[in-house]
Design a protein around this ligand. Structure first.
Ligand code: GTP
Ligand code: MG
Length: 358
């Protein structure tokens, strides 16, 4: 009847195109009806998992300190990987093709019995997205600035990511061994371009001059990281079902979907049922950053997880749940929602004026 009435007035309604809420309201009003919008209430299982943790976090007596997760950021070639190498006393930079970091790697260092988890990030502009993700899995950012080059575009970018993530920043002025290194000029640029005023200039930014290559200033930098970590009260729920962040993932020819996660709460172990966004699975094996099998991983540990049905997206939150059915249901829910979101995005919206004109 509606279509016919409109047709008689020279307006063609196309049912297949549908109408939006405003159009529906106008049409309904012509027949003396009133349209009321009712939100479809679907309980979000991911939200429910998150709320469980929020609830646990309310009881401060149950929280314990965990090691800081530190992301090393900075402009290309300013020495991020060299710094991490120095800390790990390994030589990853030399082994990498062209000396450019191709994916995020995570490593754990131990200083005087205290652990620090480090995340390396690639320096090229194309990896900005990854770097943004790196920042959000992190508690502290070490911003590496080469003293012979100063504050560069990607230094500013990295700084902005860290600021958005509301993470404390420690600046490492690197390459101070170079004859053309200019620490004062670099500090000046930090202050003028980023508003990071060094402590010795009366500001509150910790700035440590280092030479990653020569191993100078590294101990002091580590000390500062531990100091900031202590002040930041980085806490976790030490036991129970784990929660973490996926920082990298790939399809491995040998073992299938492979994901690296930083565990934030609880303990993950083989046999656990896991879900990360639209994929789920059962932990078949866990490996540490050196590829060795481990029996479990806890807060701030980087861990490789084998057992996902599909490759999880980077930056997804990983949850351990009680059963495979639950893991499957949650991932199916997320998959369905993602599908709907894609459909809504893809659907062309017809404006009222346009369809009245036809
Ligand atoms: P991307 O991952 O490509 O962004 O680079 P990166 O920031 O990881 O830099 P990388 O550690 O690969 O170092 C780049 C170059 O600078 C290498 O040739 C290093 O040997 C050199 N380098 C790093 N740190 C120092 C330093 O303290 N002094 C000197 N002289 N050279 C350094
Ligand atoms: Mg690198």
């Amino acid at each position: 009847k509606i279509i016919k009435d409109h047709f008689m007035r020279g307006i063609i309604l196309r049912p297949a195109q549908g109408v939006n809420l405003e159009e529906a309201r106008q049409i309904a009003a012509q027949y003396g009806w009133n349209i009321e919008l009712k939100e479809e209430k679907i309980s979000d299982p991911i939200e429910a998992l998150k709320e469980k943790f929020d609830e646990l976090y309310k009881d401060e007596s149950k929280l314990v300190q965990r090691p800081p997760v530190v992301t090393v950021m900075g402009h290309v070639d300013h020495g991020k990987t060299t710094l991490l190498d120095r800390i790990r006393k390994t030589t990853v930079a030399e082994k990498e093709v062209g000396g450019i970091t191709q994916s995020i790697g995570a490593y754990q260092a131990e200083i005087d019995g205290k652990k620090i988890t480090f995340i390396d990030t690639p320096g090229h502009e194309a990896f900005t997205e990854m770097r943004a993700r790196g920042a959000q899995a992190t508690d502290i950012v070490v911003l590496v600035v080469a003293a012979d080059d100063g504050v560069m575009p990607q230094t500013i970018e990295a700084f902005n990511h860290a600021k958005t993530a509301n993470v404390p920043i420690i600046v490492a002025i690197n390459k101070i061994d170079k004859p053309n290194a200019n620490i004062d000029l670099t500090k000046q640029q930090l202050a003028s371009k980023l508003g990071l005023v060094p402590e010795d200039w009366g500001g509150d930014t910790i700035v440590v001059p280092i030479s990653a290559k020569m191993g100078k200033g590294i101990d002091e930098l580590l000390e500062m990281i531990l100091l900031v970590a202590e002040m930041s009260e980085i806490k976790c729920i030490p036991q129970g079902n784990a929660r973490g962040v996926i920082i990298e993932s790939e399809l491995d020819k040998g073992v299938g979907p492979l994901a690296t996660a930083i565990i934030k709460d609880g303990i993950i172990k083989p046999g656990d049922y896991i879900v990360a966004g639209s994929t789920h699975g059962k932990v078949r094996a866990l490996r540490d950053e050196k590829g060795r099998k481990v029996k479990n991983a806890g807060p701030s540990d980087p861990v490789q997880i084998i057992g996902f049905e599909e490759v999880p997206d980077m930056h997804e939150i990983l949850y351990v749940v009680d059963s495979l059915d639950q893991a499957r249901e949650i991932s199916a829910f997320v998959k369905e929602r993602q599908k709907k979101e894609r459909m809504v995005k893809g659907k062309k919206h017809v404006r009222l004026e346009e369809f009245m004109r036809i």
